[in-house]
Structure formats: structure tokens, C-alpha cells
Design a binder for this molecule. Structure first.
Ligand code: PGA
Length: 254
């Protein structure tokens, strides 16, 4: 493991837990995170829970992430949230281009690149998501699709000295209970590392590549043991501090 790539375990709470029920969940995350060494833990609650969760995380090692941002800093964009607002709420991170955003909200590779750029311009570390659909995997298109998604924001992240994270999340593995096997995940992660290195070795060295898609306590260790898997983006299992804590503890072995 490259020392600049401390394992990162991020919990994506999606549209679960508002400002009230998010507080005990955040408290549960703080509880296990205090005991961890050499693992970074981040949670991404819904927007309306950010302030309450920020208060709960205060003084703890757990980082706070938005689940999305608008590319512009402010403006007449009803229903949207900008990078400066996330910063003001206490976020240091933001998930960008999650497959649910791409699938249900029409986010294209170009939009994702604009959002990665906006995140960096506002001092937020993007967790930029990529991944193929089942049809694309079955057509043997996985590496071509993921490469195009990475290339869309490659120049943006290469120009920044910030250590961004990329999450490889096969769409067919999200919320389905199916995971890529460690060998399948490692193949894509290693390819991403090579594309980063072709741009700049320092970029490959500092970028954490997370795996996401049905990561659970019982499959985390095998996935995290892969040399190019630097952490996990966890959905369902992050809603239970017991499971999320077990995944984070598995990352300590890296
Ligand atoms: P899952 O979600 O762990 O529930 O599959 C992962 C994600 O969407 O980030």
C-alpha cells in the first residue's frame, strides 16, 4: 500500500435518514471510528441531515460528504446545492457522478467532469464514480466504458494537487447483493491506475480507487486485499454501524 493512499471507507446513505434519525447513526459511526488506526471514514448523509450530522461528528475523525453538488457556486437553480454550501455545512468531501445520478438524473460524463471541477474549486475532495451496466459487461465493454468515464475528468484531476478518490461501482452490483469478485474488481482498478499513470505517475500514486457495489462485512476483506483497491464506497451496509464498522476494520488489514 502506498503510504499516501490510506484506506478510505465512505458510507453513502442515499435518500435514507433525515436530520433526526441520522444523528444516532452518525454517533454509531463515531463510536467505532475512534478505535480505528490507519483508516479514513467518511459519511454522506442527505442534504437536510448535513448540519445535524456535522454537529455529531464534531471533534471526531469521521469526515462529512455531500452526495452531489451543482457545478455553479450559486444561482437560479431551484432545488440544487452548491459546493460553497457544502463547505459551509462542514463537508470536506462530495460524491460526484454516482450511477443513480447518471441513471435517474441524466448526468453525462461532461456534467460529471464539471462537477468534479466545481468540487475541487471549492476545496471539496470529489469521490468520482464510474462503472459499467450489466449489458455493457456482458458485451465485453467494461474497460472501454469505464475508461471513457475516467477520461472525462482525467485532465481536471491531473491539474489539481488534491488527492481525489475514484469509486469503481459496477452498476449491476449496486444494491443487488451481487459483487464483482476480487479478481474482477482488481482488473478494473488496475486498469484505472494505469490510465492515471499514463497521465502522471504522481496522479496514480495519490488517487484512492474505491470499490463499491454490495460491499458487506463478509466480502469486504477479500475485496480490500486487492492491491489496487484502496477502500470502499458502501451503500446499504453503511446504514448499520455494526456492518459499516466491520467493513472499516477489514480495511485496517491493508
Ligand atoms: P450498495 O451501494 O452498497 O448498497 O450496493 C453502493 C453505492 O451505491 O454506493
Amino acid at each position: 500500500m502506498n503510504p499516501s493512499r490510506t484506506p478510505l471507507i465512505a458510507g453513502n446513505w442515499k435518500m435514507f435518514h433525515g436530520g433526526q434519525s441520522s444523528v444516532p447513526l452518525a454517533a454509531g459511526v463515531v463510536e467505532f471510528a475512534k478505535e480505528l488506526t490507519n483508516v479514513e471514514v467518511v459519511v454522506a448523509p442527505p442534504f437536510t441531515a448535513l448540519a445535524a450530522v456535522a454537529a455529531e461528528l464534531h471533534g471526531s475523525p469521521v469526515g462529512l460528504a455531500g452526495q452531489n453538488l451543482h457545478p455553479k457556486p450559486e444561482g437560479a437553480y431551484t432545488g440544487e446545492i452548491s459546493g460553497p454550501f457544502l463547505r459551509e455545512c462542514g463537508c470536506a468531501w462530495v460524491i460526484v457522478g454516482h450511477s443513480e445520478r447518471r441513471q435517474y438524473f441524466g448526468e453525462t460524463d461532461a456534467v460529471v467532469a464539471d462537477k468534479v471541477s466545481a468540487a475541487l474549486a471549492n476545496g471539496l475532495i470529489p469521490i468520482a464514480c464510474v462503472g459499467e451496466t450489466l449489458a455493457q459487461r456482458e458485451a465485453g465493454e467494461t474497460l472501454r466504458v469505464v475508461k471513457a468515464q475516467v477520461e472525462a475528468f482525467l485532465d481536471v484531476i491531473a491539474q489539481s494537487s488534491e488527492a481525489v478518490a475514484i469509486a469503481y461501482e459496477p452498476v449491476w452490483a449496486i444494491g443487488t447483493g451481487k459483487t464483482a469478485g476480487p479478481a474482477e474488481a482488481e482488473e478494473v482498478h488496475a486498469a484505472i491506475r494505469t490510465w492515471l499513470a499514463n497521465k502522471a505517475q504522481s496522479l496514480a500514486d495519490r488517487t484512492r480507487i474505491l470499490y463499491g457495489g454490495s460491499v458487506k462485512a463478509d466480502n469486504a476483506a477479500a475485496l480490500l486485499a486487492c492491491p489496487n483497491v484502496d477502500g470502499a464506497l458502501v451503500g446499504g451496509a453503511s446504514l448499520d454501524p455494526g456492518s459499516f464498522g466491520a467493513i472499516a476494520r477489514a480495511a485496517q488489514a491493508k
